[in-house]
Write a protein that binds this ligand. Structure first.
Ligand code: PAF
Length: 309
């Protein structure tokens, strides 16, 4: 099958490098021409959890280089989902599936609206990656990838995707309850990402300080209250213990939001803690810790270049 990975950031490079070990036809598509040309020529270099290795991946900024594709894996930031789906329309044939493993909430809905729900596969991954330079990444941590559809169905195309992912080295499972999966990951991101972005701490340090521990606990408790009201059955019984375990399991990771802030880039705050704030308002549930995190991250974003540090 032809698989197109869209977005040559940390996760896009990680997935296209691993997928290039399969016998499928793999493409990496990025709108930045220079970056695409550089990766096309030099390949992708990885270091870290899977060792030090190189992958050759056909990379382009020109969608016309690629034909109709069976799978499109979206690895763009959530605020680019809509424009990315509009741009990849020429790649879509009758049986094309679009897979999103993006952080945050709302991506499945945006893709469904533009491309049809029956095409969309959602999921989460515990694989971690840090972008070092164009086409150079650190594979920061290993973990499973879980995929599923809103309908709860597990069509043959999804089973083939699971097989390809497993064969190329990503431990991948399917779920019939994608809502539970997305919420379970959202709560982890709501507890970790903004706090690391504000403090500059790696994930593992959040549980070492009284202040961050308390704010993490409050943000997770609020998000869990919202999930309960939405009747979501989370994949773990004790959300706080789970988030603390993820901090420990990914101790040396710089969260994706901290990486964004360090590069002075827009963050996915609106799709993580911002979702909790919006739903809190809608449902009349107070979410002060999440509101505080959103306000601070937005302040950091607005003051890039003018803050003292
Ligand atoms: O966004 C991230 O960085 C990751 O989802 C997580 C789980 C917080 C680990 O760093």
């Amino acid at each position: 099958m032809t698989i197109v990975v869209v977005g040559a950031g940390a996760m896009g490079c990680l997935f296209s490098a691993f997928l290039s070990r399969s016998k499928e036809d793999i493409w990496l598509l990025d709108k930045d021409k220079d970056k695409a040309a550089k990766i096309n020529e030099n390949g992708i270099s990885l270091e870290g959890a899977s060792g030090t290795w190189q992958a050759k991946v056909k990379t382009t900024a020109n969608i016309q280089d690629i034909g109709k594709s069976e799978l499109i894996l979206l690895c763009v930031k959530s605020f680019h989902t809509k424009s990315a789906v509009e741009q990849i329309k020429p790649l879509m044939g009758q049986n094309t599936r679009i897979l999103t493993l993006q952080n945050g909430m709302g991506n499945i809905e945006v893709i469904s609206e533009l491309a049809g729900e029956e095409r969309v596969i959602g999921g989460v991954t515990s694989e971690g990656a840090t972008l070092l330079d164009a086409g150079k990444i650190r594979h920061a941590g290993r973990g499973e990838t879980i995929i599923g559809m809103i309908s709860g169905k597990t069509p043959v195309e999804m089973r083939s995707i699971r097989e390809v992912f497993n064969k190329c080295g990503f431990e991948t499972k399917m779920t019939r309850d994608i809502k539970a999966l997305i919420w379970s990951k959202l709560i982890i991101n709501a507890g970790i990402n903004a706090l690391t972005a504000i403090t500059g701490l790696p994930n593992g340090k959040l549980t070492e300080f009284e202040g961050t521990k308390r704010i993490l606990r409050d943000a997770v408790t609020e998000a869990t209250r919202i999930a309960k009201r939405k009747r979501v059955k989370l994949l773990y019984d004790d959300p706080l213990a789970k988030v603390e375990a993820v901090c420990e399991g990914t101790a040396a990771n710089l969260s994706s939001m901290l990486q964004d802030v360090l590069r002075k880039k827009r963050t996915e705050i609106d799709y993580i803690n911002g979702v909790i704030v919006r739903l809190g308002q809608e449902l009349g549930i107070p979410v002060p810790a999440n509101k505080f995190l959103v306000d601070l991250v937005k302040t950091i974003e607005s003051s890039y270049g003018s803050a003292a540090r």
